[in-house]
Design a protein around this ligand. Structure first.
Ligand code: SAM
Length: 233
């Protein structure tokens, strides 16, 4: 079996009892960052039987090796850097491989930054689109235009040093009065939500961080249909 084990996105208490048990029982625990995982394991008294690395640099070769282990009957628990494996991280390669080989894939649910940000945003949660990371260059403009026209709430991951740029791009594409929520450092000591129009949130952010923004960020954008005010005519 391949277990996809969700781990905390900051607060080490955000992990299920089932996740802790599976991490101790699995024959192999594959981690995106073994040092990071060890901190979590120590906190919860998890003693993995065998720990291996699985990250974007070795995902192809390691996915093939893990597939062999799975075929031999070994159980593998996969944990990524933080949150739910498969959401904007390298888990997909091994999941595809396992399904092709007829191996059972078992998600162990838990923390996910997108869902935490969405639920705390105050935006309509009945229908939403998960955009993940936008492309850095090629295709970015088009994706921003699509996001601006989206008739569901949109959840976007962005690195802190590009967040101001993203808000500027969204202002251009959606107009300054569309509402947005910026969730920063979720579940951590300095967790904060900035909510308001894009113009208001940009101003608050510039006030808090005259230079580079610090901390991990999720942007939740109000649906175009809520206001009918995209600039995308
Ligand atoms: N698999 C993860 C999940 O389930 O959320 C996401 C991994 S992705 C590589 C990392 C991105 O998730 C960050 O750039 C940020 O956008 C978001 N993120 C992760 N932890 C966060 C946190 N504590 N607060 C805000 N955003 C976070």
């Amino acid at each position: 079996m391949l277990y996809l084990v969700a781990t905390p996105i900051g607060n080490l208490e955000d992990i299920s009892l089932r996740a802790i048990r599976i991490l101790g029982e699995a024959d192999i625990v594959a981690c995106e960052d073994t040092r990071h995982a060890r901190i979590l394991f120590e906190r919860h008294g998890v003693k993995p039987k065998r720990l291996v690395s699985y990250h974007s640099m070795n995902e192809r070769s390691r996915a093939a090796e893990l597939a062999e282990d799975l075929q031999r009957g070994a159980s593998v628990a996969l944990v990524t850097d933080a949150g739910t494996p498969g959401i904007s991280d390298p888990a997909w390669a091994i999941v595809k491989e396992a399904i092709q080989l007829g191996i059972e894939v078992v998600p162990i649910p838990g923390a996910c930054a997108a869902i935490a940000a969405l639920t705390g945003s105050g935006m309509d949660t009945t229908r939403f689109a998960f955009e993940g990371f936008l492309p850095l260059k090629k295709g970015r403009k088009k994706r921003i235009a699509n996001v601006a026209a989206e008739d569901r709430t949109v959840v976007i991951y962005e690195s802190p040093h590009r967040i101001k740029r993203l808000l500027n791009e969204l202002t251009e594409a959606c107009g300054p009065t569309r509402r947005v929520a910026l969730a920063r450092e979720l579940t951590k000591h300095f967790e904060e939500f900035l909510r308001g129009t894009i113009a208001e949130v940009s101003a608050k952010l510039a006030e808090h961080f005259p230079g580079d923004v610090k901390g991990e960020c999720v942007v939740v954008l109000e649906a175009a249909s809520e206001r009918g005010d995209t600039n995308q005519e």
